[in-house]
Design a binder for this molecule. Structure first.
Ligand code: 1BN
Ligand code: ZN
Length: 374
């Protein structure tokens, strides 16, 4: 696929580091539930914060140079094919006149799935609620070929059963698109009333709704595999060895059995239910795949919810990224002001909206459609 222009991403390392600290450690260890209040109203965007800083002049200069480059590219196009600058931003596969119907999901049903999942209570690995959720997920996949990747994980808290669940929707094209999200919830918070409505609940639910959209339809494209990952959360403190238990195991397994080289794209969803949806541009994800996601979002008119901030994210896509699989993590790490609800008992249903599930669900389906055409 060829591109004729570049997307401008903004990265603020200090802010990213601060927020990761809060998300990964501070909130899960030290914060007292209920003491932090999210200010009302829309958050200030990272772009604006950066433009107010000392690098403003350099940023502005960079933007101007890139803008001129875009215009120059547009002018280089053949004079007998009229081009607008915006159409030159689209990859060769995407045509702004594409008559294909715009996908959508049943977002009230997806929201009901989140409610059902949250009603099980905390769902950390090894718990009875986790087991109930496994049964809930598989009972929604009747008639769909399902594969399990079940094993015993060695963790700093002992041995735990871990089970990745894979639902397969075969296509006519050789190759696989994986859409993944974790269903386990934070382990250290298991006795605090933490239910992980967004972190664990939203990803479980969006995959269940995508299964509804895919089942019973002929796929004229790549096979789509829906993957409910397990053991994503750390049991003590997030590190390379205490996290991502399920996907580290599965990436190894798929490398050994030859599945890995058939995967065209690994699309991860995590914390995608926040009513104030801001999907990060993840610096650990694959740029061309994120670009396809952005094209999908743009076609559906949802681009304002995507990639306002660039940060590196450690999540279930990493074991696949490390093995060379094109991957994109769709995650919102701005859950409440400064991510204050992440990994706290405040991660509850009232912060979520069906519209956010609709945005991510339909963008995922549109991304698959664009990938099928590439
Ligand atoms: C996402 C949801 N993660 C854990 N639960 C991974 C992560 C942890 C991402 C900390 C960023 C910061
Ligand atoms: Zn988490």
């Amino acid at each position: 696929m060829s591109y004729v222009a570049v997307r401008i991403a903004v990265h603020d390392p200090a802010t990213a580091a601060e927020r990761r600290q809060n998300a990964a450690h501070g909130a899960s260890r030290g914060s007292v539930p209920g003491t932090m209040q999210a200010p009302k109203g829309r958050k200030q965007t990272p772009h604006l914060q950066i433009l107010a800083g000392p690098c403003a002049a350099r940023m502005l200069a960079t933007c101007l140079v890139l803008s001129f480059a875009l215009i120059a590219c547009a002018r280089q196009k053949s004079p007998d094919t009229p081009q607008t600058v915006s159409s030159t931003l689209l990859p060769a596969t995407m045509n702004s006149d594409d008559p294909a119907p715009k996908p959508s999901i049943n977002s009230s049903r997806a929201m009901q799935y989140v409610r059902d999942v949250v009603a099980f209570g905390p769902r950390p690995i090894g718990s009875p609620n986790h087991k109930k959720l496994e049964t809930y997920i598989t009972s929604h996949l009747k008639g769909v070929p399902v594969e399990d990747d079940a094993f015993i994980a060695e963790t700093p808290e002992g041995k735990f059963p871990v089970r990745n669940i894979i639902a397969k929707f075969p296509g006519t094209r050789d190759g696989i698109i994986v859409i993944a999200g974790h269903y386990d919830t934070n382990y250290p918070l298991r006795n605090t009333g933490y239910v992980g409505a967004n972190d664990g609940g939203s990803s479980t639910a969006i995959l269940l709704e995508l299964a509804n959209q895919l089942r019973g339809k002929k796929r004229d494209g790549y096979s789509v595999w829906l993957l409910w990952t397990d053991g994503e959360e750390a049991v003590k403190q997030w590190s390379a060895t205490d996290s991502l238990y399920g996907t580290r195991h599965l990436a190894e397994k798929w490398q050994k059995d030859g599945t890995l080289k058939k995967i065209k794209a690994f699309l991860l969803t995590d914390m995608i239910g926040d009513a104030d949806l801001n999907i990060e541009q993840d610096m650990n994800s694959t740029p061309w795949l994120e670009n396809v996601v952005l094209q999908a979002a743009t076609r559906l008119g949802y681009q304002s919810h995507f990639f306002g901030r660039s940060i590196p994210v450690e999540d279930d896509h990493l074991p696949f990224v490390h093995k060379g699989v094109p991957s994109a993590d769709l995650i919102d790490l701005d859950y409440g002001y400064n991510n204050v609800f992440h990994h706290t008992p405040q991660d509850t249903l009232d912060k979520l909206s069906p519209q956010s599930l609709e945005i991510v669900g339909s963008v995922l389906m549109e991304t698959v459609r664009l990938l099928d055409k590439m």
